[in-house]
Ligand binder design. Structure first.
Ligand SMILES: Nc1ncnc2c1ncn2[C@@H]1O[C@H](COP(=O)(O)OP(=O)(O)OP(=O)(O)O)[C@@H](O)[C@H]1O
Ligand SMILES: [Mg+2]
Length: 484
């Protein structure tokens, strides 16, 4: 039977379509298999990435431009109290256990990184974690960019540095405690040094005072004999001379033996010299009396209470005691003393102690002059003499007695000037200075008398100390005055 040509043609086409379809099906199957393979590879690589991220001890997270989380590793999810990283996606810091202030801080930091396009490394921040633990983190944040370089979010990593941070804080606390203890110890040491100074000062004063008072007392008696006997002795001598005169008148030719004695004793010269001799003896006794008064003034025992005292008398008395050091010696002429004393009313003070201050200042000035004299000849020193200038005056507001002790000695370096009031600071040779003089002076002036002591000095030119003592301490400040 002959087939209808149309049917034949259709059959042909159907066969062709079936063949094509089979080819398409085969090709689709191949494509599908390839897709499956790619998907499998992708999944494997994603799993590998997650595995790597989860293995790292660091927490890793990334956020979009609105600071909503896009992903994280397992460690981060744990800190956030989530069971898997997927739970984090879409959340922000305010949805997590952190404190609001911490979330604010993280948000500000994200914005800074995204706006500047610059990574921030080593940010130390706190994080309240899901288990209520307050952790400390060291965080790094970097801008997250798409392939075209546009910033699409932020990538962050951090590590928990709580143990180090806690150790650091504990160390800081220990340091603070140590500092506090060291400050306390310093204060205690200072107090100990002050007490030691006070004791040295008391010891020095009482030993010196007792010795001086004793000497003054011992001198007084013999001086009293001398003073008491000098004037009758003068009368007796005058009478004896009158008698010899009368003998000479009545017996103009004496016995040769008498004549020989007159020649031997040089009666003529004796008569002339005797009045001078008596005058010089009187002067000597007067000076011994002055020394005795100075000794007693210096050693005044009334240091226990405030008394009215003439500072001028104190300064002069101290100077008197130091006269032996002012005199000329084989190395230098006499030190010149210039006094500028203005009117000063008596001052309510501890006189014995202020005398000690004057003594320390004047001895230091003399030492400084002697030091400056090294290597200078006697004549050079005569041309440019050593000079000690003492000034006493009332301050402009009449409230303070001002005492200045100035020398043109060796002067001080800046470093010495800074340290002179430190106890035990001295630039003098061993055995010459103990470094206590000015520390004691400062204590007496500042702490005992509520005054001030200042120094001005120029190296090679000289030094001036200015002491200010309140003339009339107010009743309240009087109460503050501590007895030595
Ligand atoms: N007038 C002065 N000129 C120069 N230096 C001075 C003068 N007064 C004090 N100094 C310096 O200050 C230091 C401290 O003086 P301070 O009186 O306290 O102790 P010192 O004189 O050395 O010993 P001390 O007085 O205990 O015997 C001195 O060693 C000296 O270097
Ligand atoms: Mg001294």
């Amino acid at each position: 039977m002959k087939l209808n040509p149309i049917v034949f043609e259709l059959e042909q086409k159907i066969n062709q379509y079936q063949t094509d379809l089979e080819a398409i099906r085969l090709s689709n199957q191949l494509a599908l298999e390839s897709c499956c393979q790619i998907e499998q590879k992708l999944r494997t690589s994603q799993q590998m990435l997650q595995l790597v991220m989860d293995t790292l001890p660091e927490r890793i997270f990334w956020k979009d431009r609105t600071s909503s989380y896009l992903g994280c590793n397992q460690a981060f999810a744990r800190d956030a109290g989530l069971s898997s990283p997927e739970e984090l996606i879409g959340k922000n810091d305010y949805d997590l256990p952190w404190a609001t202030t911490e979330a604010d801080f993280y948000r500000q930091c994200d914005n800074r990184v995204m706006i500047s396009g610059q990574a921030e490394m080593g940010i130390i921040e706190s994080q309240l974690q899901s288990d209520g633990r307050q952790a400390w983190l060291e965080t790094n944040k970097a801008p997250l960019r798409d392939p075209k370089g546009n910033i699409i979010g932020v990538l962050g990593t951090y590590q928990d540095i709580t143990p180090q941070r806690e150790a650091e804080i504990a160390l800081q606390e220990v340091n603070q405690k140590l500092n506090a203890q060291s400050t306390e110890l310093k204060a205690a040491l200072q107090q100990l040094q002050d007490t030691q100074l006070q004791m040295v000062q008391q010891e020095k004063m009482s030993a010196l005072g007792a010795m001086m008072a004793g000497i003054a007392h011992e001198i007084n008696n013999p001086v009293g004999f001398l003073e008491g006997n000098l004037s009758p002795a003068e009368t007796y001598i005058k009478n004896l001379l009158r008698l010899t005169d009368l003998y000479q008148q009545k017996l103009p030719t004496p016995d040769p033996e008498v004549e020989r004695l007159v020649e031997t004793i040089d009666l003529e010269y004796l008569r002339e010299d005797l009045p001078y001799l008596l005058d010089s003896m009187k002067e000597g006794v007067k000076r011994i009396r002055e020394i005795s008064v100075s000794l007693r003034t210096f050693a005044r025992a009334d240091t226990e209470k405030l008394v009215m005292f003439d500072l001028q008398e104190g300064l002069d008395g101290t100077l008197h005691i130091l006269k032996h050091r002012l005199r000329a010696n084989e190395y230098r002429p006499t030190i010149q003393v210039v006094k500028h004393y203005s009117y000063l009313p008596p001052v309510l003070c501890f006189p014995g102690q202020l005398n000690q201050v004057f003594m320390n200042l004047i001895v230091n000035a003399i030492d400084a002059l002697d030091e400056a004299n090294h290597g200078k000849g006697f004549q050079a020193l005569q041309a440019n003499p050593n000079c000690l200038t003492l000034t006493i005056e009332l301050s402009d507001n009449q409230e303070f007695a001002m005492i200045r002790v100035k020398d043109n000695g060796v002067g001080m370096t800046e470093e010495t000037k800074q340290r002179i009031f430190e106890s035990l600071f001295t630039t003098k040779a061993v055995g010459k200075g103990t470094g206590l003089g000015l520390a004691i002076a400062r204590q007496i002036v500042v702490e005992k008398h509520h005054g001030t002591i200042e120094v001005q000095s120029q190296l090679g030119e000289g030094t001036e100390f200015t002491v200010q003592i309140p003339v009339n301490p107010t009743p309240t400040s009087r109460e503050c005055f501590r007895c030595p």
